[in-house]
Design a protein around this ligand. Structure first.
Ligand code: GTP
Ligand code: MG
Length: 275
């Protein structure tokens, strides 16, 4: 049985995404990597509740605070004895559980003033082989749209009311299952999600305009990507409201020839840059 280090980690990451994306598989893999002694089952099943795990960053993964250190730096050797730990919250992706779990977790974690529960970054995982299917793409994009809207409302609300700007919450779209030959490469995952979110956004804008007739009130803040929804939606557009989105490919179930867990390395590097 594994026990966490003396001081509890206070860097929290939230893991969201549609059902079957590989969130629990990823969480389980990180746990196994963090404590090789534990013989955790790699089998997953549809999650119905959120779980919080404490894991460690591999000592070879740089963090934002130590990126300029040389590999010979003694403090890096120190890191392998006393690794940087963080918490990851795995949430169920089923459509019926999103509002009550993923979205509400995001709302409470992103508005938390407590450093212990504050959120450092958000990972949105997708199955890049499933996105070929129209229905799966629509499902993933609508969940992502709702998630990004929560972040946008948070950052736009901040500017008005408080003088102190809250730390931004970076978003990683973890393009999982790159091991499958039917998977879409990260670049096309980005394009497909952007195009689909654009569609959602346009139909929402139209709905809002119809509903409010010509009063034009309270429409803007409900539309993702700030001002006019005339242009095409891109994740880049969200940088104007302080939301940075990265799309990075990986695989939880990597090539058995490769080093254990190497398929998630680039996501761990992203996490490291948030620490
Ligand atoms: P919910 O709990 O329903 O939200 O789903 P989830 O995102 O937790 O998915 P889960 O981790 O249960 O994974 C779904 C299936 O995808 C499992 O059978 C995993 O073994 C499989 N899987 C996860 N990652 C990969 C991967 O990188 N490649 C392949 N080929 N399969 C994967
Ligand atoms: Mg799960």
């Amino acid at each position: 049985f594994y026990r966490a280090a003396a001081s509890p980690p206070s860097s929290n990451f939230l893991l969201l995404g549609p059902s079957g994306a590989g969130k629990t598989a990823f969480t389980t893999l990180l746990e196994a990597k963090s404590s090789p002694a534990s013989k955790k089952s790699q089998l997953t099943h549809t999650s119905q509740a959120s779980t919080l795990v404490s894991v460690s960053l591999p000592p070879t993964v740089p963090t934002a605070s130590n990126r300029y250190r040389s590999v010979n730096d003694p403090s890096l050797k120190d890191a392998s004895r006393n690794p940087i730990r963080y918490c990851l919250k795995d949430t169920p992706g089923h459509g019926k559980l999103r509002t009550s779990q993923g979205i509400s977790e995001l709302q409470s974690m992103s508005s938390s003033k407590d450093v212990k529960t504050k959120i450092r970054g958000l990972l949105f995982m997708v199955d890049t082989a499933a996105l070929v299917d129209e229905a799966c793409l629509r499902d993933a994009a609508s969940y992502l749209h709702d998630v990004l809207l929560v972040l946008q409302k948070r950052s736009m609300g901040k500017g008005k009311s408080s003088t102190k700007r809250e730390a931004e919450i970076p978003v990683l779209i973890a393009a999982n299952k790159q091991d499958l030959f039917t998977s879409l490469p990260p670049g096309s995952v980005r394009e497909k999600l952007e195009a689909e979110i654009d569609r959602i956004r346009k139909s929402k804008t139209k709905g809002l305009m119809d509903a409010s007739m010509d009063t034009g009130l309270e429409t803007e803040e409900d539309v993702l990507g700030d001002d006019d929804a005339q242009g095409v939606f891109t994740f880049k557009l969200l940088e104007q409201v302080g939301i940075k989105v990265d799309v990075v490919g990986g695989a939880v179930k990597g090539d058995p020839q490769e080093e254990f867990g190497s398929g998630v390395r680039r996501w761990e590097e992203w996490i490291g840059m948030c620490l």
